[in-house]
Design a protein around this ligand. Structure first.
Ligand code: CTP
Length: 407
């Protein structure tokens, strides 16, 4: 399965590094060629000699080695691979990757590579749970880096919880999935349109009506769908977010523009409407800035209804995407409102979430959602928005898989 695949294995400094020795062997058993970089901290746990004996190659450790640079510079090292695998990925290594630091051979190769990167985190429970690590994880995932694990269990330090490096068999499975074409990229050949962010509805040339949507959940979904191989068009209202890897982004301001951009992107197999589209825009043109009245009377603003993008797509007479997914941001009676919203708009699934102020979901990093389909409601565990996105993308892939098998 991994015949002739070139894997650059970066071994970080953690007790789990001993498993990486076995990992080298198992990757070779599958036919892969493994070349290794051992960090300084990694060398505290396994020796360069063991690594080079097993990989049957030089063990690369030094950024400023004259002999290494003459034979195989760090740039070539990072490019002559089909996959860069970081196992164990320590909190420190992940933090450096997330922020683009490059002060040793491993981090320099990671910054210089143009190849897919997969990390296998391994660290203490609290270090893994720390907000800084979770923030770094989110950044890495937004950059399109694949993550394997970590697992929960008893750690070398005696604590119990999430942080243990995945078993070698699971790492091998993830690497195989990565290389297995359609299986690893189950949405390849499908086009997904995702709406995200708020819309800005102008009052006059300097003022507008907006909402608190950050766009984080929609961007994460666009990235997760692309990671599974879909061609993704992200139609985005104004946000401060970077475009996820391999995603085509179209920027819009108002709801009407968002609808035009979505219709222009059709045909699509999948539509996921995550945008917090304003329900109304200001009626009539205010070509000039509205001035205060001498009388002190406030201006009266008239609203007109915006088009409903989700309903338009769901009820499209000729180009309805095969699977249309909407979000229902509610502040009370969440399931009730969301269930009715699914029927009213005519979409296949609704992802319901409680955005009342105390949940901190609007603009925050975590989400607690319930998937509502014709089969009923299913609550998902509270997770960060990237994890929710991955779960949704996987569910979408399963849906298409069943559909293919049924037809
Ligand atoms: N939506 C849309 N176009 C609109 C309004 C909403 O595409 N003009 C989509 C959102 O992207 C989301 C879903 O519809 O997927 C539900 O959005 P929400 O704001 O919760 O619902 P509304 O239709 O605005 O209903 P209400 O404000 O009455 O709760």
């Amino acid at each position: 399965m991994l015949q002739a695949k070139r894997i650059l294995l970066i071994i970080g400094g953690g007790i789990a590094a001993y498993k990486s020795l076995d990992l080298i062997r198992r990757l070779q058993d599958e036919g892969a060629q493994v070349r290794c970089i051992l960090t300084k901290a990694g060398a505290q746990f396994v020796t360069p000699l063991a690594v080079s004996s097993l990989s049957q190659d030089k063990c690369y450790t030094d950024l400023f080695s004259l002999t290494d640079e003459a034979e195989m510079g760090h740039i070539r090292l990072s490019r002559e691979a089909d996959l860069v695998l970081v196992a164990p990925a320590t909190a420190d290594l992940m933090a450096k990757m997330a922020h683009g630091l490059a002060n040793d051979l491993a981090t320099t190769a990671l910054l210089a590579t143009d190849k897919p990167v997969m990390v296998v985190p391994a660290m203490n429970v609290e270090m893994w749970a720390h907000r800084a690590t979770q923030r770094n994880m989110a950044l890495l995932q937004a950059d399109g880096i694949a993550v394997v694990g970590p697992e929960s269990g008893v750690m070398a330090c005696g604590e119990v919880g999430a942080g243990r490096m995945s078993d070698v068999a699971d790492i091998i499975a993830a690497v195989k999935t990565h290389f297995s074409g359609p299986l690893g990229r189950p949405l390849s050949g499908l086009h997904a349109v995702v709406t995200a962010g708020p819309t800005h509805e102008p009052i006059d040339p300097v003022r507008y009506i907006a909402n608190r949507s950050s766009g984080k959940q929609g961007y994460a979904i666009a990235g997760a769908l692309a990671a599974l191989g879909a061609r993704v068009t992200l139609v985005s209202g104004p946000t401060h977010l970077p475009t996820p890897k391999d995603v085509d982004r179209v920027d819009v301001e108002q709801a009407v523009d968002m609808l035009s951009a979505v219709e222009k992107a059709l045909p699509a197999d999948i539509a996921v409407c995550v945008a917090a589209v304003a329900d109304w825009h200001v009626a009539g043109e205010n070509g000039q800035k509205i001035k205060k009245e001498a009388s002190g009377a406030p201006p009266s603003i008239r609203f007109a209804e915006n088009p409903d993008i989700l309903a338009t797509l769901s009820q499209h007479p000729t180009r309805r995407p095969a699977l249309v997914v909407g979000f229902a941001a509610e502040t009370e009676h969440v399931l009730d409102h969301a269930t009715r919203k699914r029927q009213r708009k005519g979409c296949d699934w609704i992802i319901a979430n409680d955005v009342s102020h105390q949940t901190g979901i609007m603009g925050g990093d975590e989400n607690l959602v319930t998937l509502i389909s014709a089969d009923g409601a299913e609550q998902w565990a509270k997770a960060d928005k990237h994890a929710v996105a991955r779960q949704l993308a996987t569910r979408i892939a399963d849906w298409f898989d069943h559909r293919r098998k049924d037809s």
